[in-house]
Design a protein. Sequence first.
Length: 230
Amino acid sequence: MGLNVIMMGPPGAGKGTQADRFARERGLPKISTGDMLREGIKEQNPVALEAKQLMDRGELVDDATIIAIVRDRLARPDTRPGFVLDGFPRTVGQAAALDRLMEERAQGPLVVIDVVVPEQELVRRLGSRRICGRCGTNAEAGRSGCGKCGGELVVRADDDGQVVLERLKIYERATRPVLDYYRVRSTFRVVNGAQAAEHVARDMDRMIDDAAGGAARVAGERRISARAAE
Ligand code: AP5
């Protein structure tokens, strides 16, 4: 059974920060639709360049484009032991498409983590965020250049004040219903994302291990009962 994790939460909640760390520590691929689109823009990919106009306004890219990107990425063999999704799904349509993909894969359930942070703190974080203009990594506090590649630090194109408010509005309208879609599952967990990043990490890791362990136990019991019934 794979360890399949989704990081949910509004813009600035720390999904990318935690997804990066967790994926690195567990040896899983991090799949961020936002990062993939931004990389595509740098490479002048026509689909990503079309998406850029929506991203710069804080709007969502259409479901069909995003689902195709994720389907291709999840088809790669490195996702067999599991994956960490960051920024996907963002609509109920995307969540339903992911469920269909998960059924085809038959490699374990989704563990869904909702990272909760008050709106005022989200606005503060995004207002002060700097990223590397070369590799796109979030800057570490107090550094004048990128800690990873030495690139120059810049403001992310969609971190402009008005665009941030639009992104938050769209999150409420399009993405909050996805939480209701997942909330009924035994593998759904909510973490307090307003704590220091290392405390978020500690709580989140416990929750993921607990949810994945519970799902594995249930699957094992089902297998035993099925064998007993044969
Ligand atoms: P995407 O790149 O996914 O952006 P987002 O969801 O708006 O999320 P952010 O990257 O802004 O925030 P985050 O939660 O990852 O926080 P982070 O860790 O960076 O999407 C961008 C755009 O692409 C969308 O608007 C849309 O147009 C398009 N798109 C992408 N996916 C799509 C999809 N599925 N469907 C349709 N369109 C899609 O942290 C933020 C800051 O806070 C950083 O500076 C960080 O250092 C800091 N920080 C993190 N944790 C803490 C902490 N605990 N305490 C204090 N500071 C912290």
